[in-house]
Design a protein around this ligand. Sequence first.
Ligand code: UGA
Length: 438
Amino acid sequence: MGFVGLTTAAIFAKRGMRVYGVDNDLTKLHMIKRSKLPFFEPGLQPLVRSAMASGMFIPTEDLHKAIKESSIVFICVGTPMKQDGSVDFQYLEQVSINLGKEIESSDRFIVICVKSTVPPGTSEKIVLGNIEKTSGKKCNKDFGIAMTPEFLREGSAVSDSDNPHLIVIGSNNNKTAKIVKDLFVSIYGSKSNILQTNIVSAELIKYANNSFLATKISFINTIANICNNIPGADVDVIAKAIGTDPRIGPQFLAAGPGYGGSCFPKDIAGFIHYCDDIGYDPILLKATDKVNKGQVNIIMDILTKKLGSLEGKAITILGTAFKKNTDDIRESVSIKLIFQLIALGANVKVHDPLALNNTRLALSDKVKYASSLESALKDSECIILMTDWDEYKSIDRHLFQKDTKKCMLLDTRRLLVSADMQGIDYVALGRPIEINDG
Ligand code: UGA
């Protein structure tokens, strides 16, 4: 019942399916049962509430009952990143073993769809393998396996899930593929864009999709880093121009502090690890990852060149969420930056419209927390805008209420390029950055 599982459950229920939402985290389940979400996602809470009220969505810890009542199961557990970049399969292993135990006593043909993002081969090796081993039953005869990757984004999960641009059904068996296709057609209609393929290609589609988007971001960040050094250059003009070429497209060309979140960093790392394992050196993916990890150093470099020593400097961070419209700080570049600032002795104050609770869990008393923009900006010597929250677009109004003489503002997302920044040393990633030596 994470982002993918809960959103999928609520949308499927809204569209007429009876859905059991199973999780072994009882605290999370009890919250959901009380229509409280364990995370923030725009529009999801009312959807969950009405899906429960209609009786179509049933959150439960009772896997046995859920499987007994279901004909199709979606596995939506996390596949986090291990220290070495490889994928941690522990949740997938556990859930497959538990499903195997349930399937052992079942005499119906049940289909298991893997929605979790996994490297090629995983659905068969870990899910199919564990189910066959634990249940003593045979895949394609007693149960089916499919891989149905998910493309929803945090912050717009509800509309992404309600209007998927593509539904991928990966299966190595016609009967299984038909059952899954019939389900999606009855949920989204016969005109929905469905692509049927085998399991391994479905797994690869997801990795390729995320890798391409991440590469697009690292590409435009590379152009932005070049622009930092060229008088008159502006990355947004360049992005706008190249985005009109239909072969490139305008999306995912917003340069910034680098991509974060629970997906791109771990999926690129997992894909690289997988490629190395099969004996192929994925130099492009490694470059994408390297550019992304380097963005925080570009920011640190600008700060130290502009401000000199950061020891004792009052620095305000605007935004700790990895992007706007979420309270998620996983792999947020902002948090990585804050750790580097603290290590150099800066006094850091943070502000975020939604993510302060999660930020406290990560940073405890290492930083100060500002509950309003006014208190965030007060007495700051350097403001770093990290997250693209809409409310930061009008920050200039707050700025002019304070004594701004000595203040520098580093806008990593260029939210304020057209604002009147008189009196402030305004610098933006992707625009020329002047360093006054001495
Ligand atoms: C991403 C994909 O967009 C989804 O399609 C996919 O389903 C999901 O991962 C997943 O695999 O579960 P998400 O991580 O929620 O979704 O958010 P994105 O909107 O893709 O943003 C990821 C990061 O890239 C953020 O830090 C964002 O600020 C950054 N980004 C995005 C940019 O720096 N520039 C852009 O132009 C776009």
